[in-house]
Design a protein around this ligand. Structure first.
Ligand SMILES: [Zn+2]
Length: 156
């Protein structure tokens, strides 16, 4: 079971057909623009309310692209799952933790990100297709080896 709500999963489908998943396409389909910008030290990502219920997302341009993709997917998770808890500005530090959210909400956002970037069916297809090495799978999905290792159940 994906942790992504079915209505959003349907919206994201065109961007999740094959690896690597187009995380910016998914975010845009949900109504969230993602910008890669210089963020203050120690801040990996943030969501800002622009007006009413409209938000923009920023990820730290100085971090590696696999990291920016995971952060963007994590922030999209907050946008989809926790929109009512988002204040004016929501910041996640380098551990993808924040003052405004509970640990459970952060865990939910991380699961959402993993399900978005590494859909279980696509990972299974790649493994069945002969890509069994963690580094190769990580490259194929444009995620970190750590994230892919966790998805594969190799690390806890
Ligand atoms: Zn977060």
């Amino acid at each position: 079971m994906s942790s992504i709500p079915a209505n959003y999963l349907a919206l994201f489908q065109p961007y999740m057909q094959e690896p690597p998943v187009d995380v910016l396409g998914c975010a845009r389909a949900a109504g969230l623009e993602v910008y890669s910008v210089d963020l203050p030290n120690g801040v990996s990502g943030m969501i800002q309310r622009t007006n009413g219920n409209t938000f923009e997302c920023y990820v730290d341009a100085s971090e590696p692209s696999v990291r920016q993709r995971f952060t963007a997917a994590h922030e999209l998770g907050h946008f989809v799952l926790h929109r009512d808890s988002l204040g004016q500005t929501h910041e996640d530090n380098y551990l993808l933790r924040s003052d405004g959210m509970t640990n459970w909400q952060e865990t939910q956002a991380n699961r959402f990100a993993a399900d978005l970037l590494m859909p279980r069916e696509l990972v299974a297809e790649a493994v069945e297709g002969g890509t069994t090495n963690v580094s190769e799978l990580a490259r194929l999905f444009n995620v970190s080896e750590l994230a892919m290792g966790i998805r594969l159940g190799l690390k806890t």
